[in-house]
Write a protein that binds this ligand. Structure first.
Ligand code: SF4
Ligand code: SF4
Length: 276
């Protein structure tokens, strides 16, 4: 079962839920697709880590073969090629590595070379496989790294920690998900952020449930919205000092807090009931 964990913004507790949910499942894998800011490894502190580079293909123009026909420039729908001083010039940051310019060049003047945009680190915490996608600083898109992570899901049960928001990186992260957990805060702002992700999972027709995190005794507009729309609330995690302190110290609360352990075991049991 592949469970994707999403949230409308950073700071809702998406990684907190992902890491502890993975801990509650025997023989699971935690997949950190939040490639711009991966931090699940801070909780797992994985050992036996090995690294694999992630590269994309980018075109290189061989000046001695180019007859300046412009076909590559006219073809590139991403405007990654421009004709400057009668020479085709590449703007690497907007190149989508589609390979089209190589195909249309009549003189085999375009070759492709590997360009590294990041890496995937794989390690272990107890029996949990921890995979972390890391995008190099300054790169424009983490999609190829996420694609590589999702292509090789290592376990029967994989918890996918998605990037925050609802951009194309999130769509890529939930492609293989059997179930989506949306983490939201019990505030008006939380409701607003939730709605973006809610629209996305509905468009992609993914089954989903909601975890409301940091619940206190004050108003809970998120719960009110779920009641109004009859949306499934899987768990309401209390805004408890001991859980917050242990999480802030980089501990997996599943391992250090009995109340949290019960919450995440219950959460997994509820998801398993839906995805049989
Ligand atoms: S590989 Fe595709 S996106 Fe990149 S420059 Fe060539 S045509 Fe444009
Ligand atoms: S299509 Fe080939 S020959 Fe024509 S401008 Fe581009 S690189 Fe040069």
């Amino acid at each position: 079962m592949n469970i994707a964990v999403l949230s409308g913004k950073g700071g809702t507790g998406k990684t907190f839920v992902s890491c502890n949910l993975a801990s509650a499942i025997e023989k699971s894998a935690y997949i950190d697709c939040d490639v711009e800011e991966p931090n699940g490894h801070l909780f797992f502190k994985p050992t036996d880590v090995c690294s694999q580079k992630v590269c994309v293909k980018i075109p290189q123009i061989l000046a001695d073969r180019c007859n300046h026909c412009r076909k590559c420039v006219d073809f590139c729908h991403f405007n990654a090629l421009a004709f400057i001083k009668e020479e085709p010039m590449l703007f690497r940051g907007v190149c989508h590595s589609c390979g089209g310019c190589k195909i249309v060049c009549p003189n085999q003047a375009v070759v492709e070379k590997d360009y590294s945009i990041g890496e995937i680190r794989t390690g272990k915490h107890r029996s949990i496989i921890v995979k972390t996608g890391i995008m190099n600083i300054g790169e424009e898109s983490g999609v190829p790294i996420i694609r590589e992570l999702i292509k090789n899901l290592p376990c029967k049960n994989n918890i996918i920690d998605c990037p925050p928001g609802s951009a194309c990186t999130v769509m890529e992260s939930i492609k293989e998900a059997d179930y989506c957990v949306i983490v939201a805060e019990p505030s008006i702002f939380g409701v607003h952020n939730f709605q973006m992700v809610y629209k996305l999972v509905k468009i992609l027709k993914k089954p989903f449930g909601i975890v409301i995190n940091k619940v206190n005794d004050l108003n809970n507009p998120m719960q009110e919205l779920c009641e109004k729309l009859q949306l499934p609330v899987l768990e309401q995690i209390p805004f408890a000092c001991e859980i917050a302190a242990q999480n802030a110290a980089g501990n997996l609360v599943y391992e250090t807090n009995q109340k949290a352990k019960e919450i995440f075991e219950r959460l997994y049991a509820k998801i398993s009931e839906v995805v049989k």
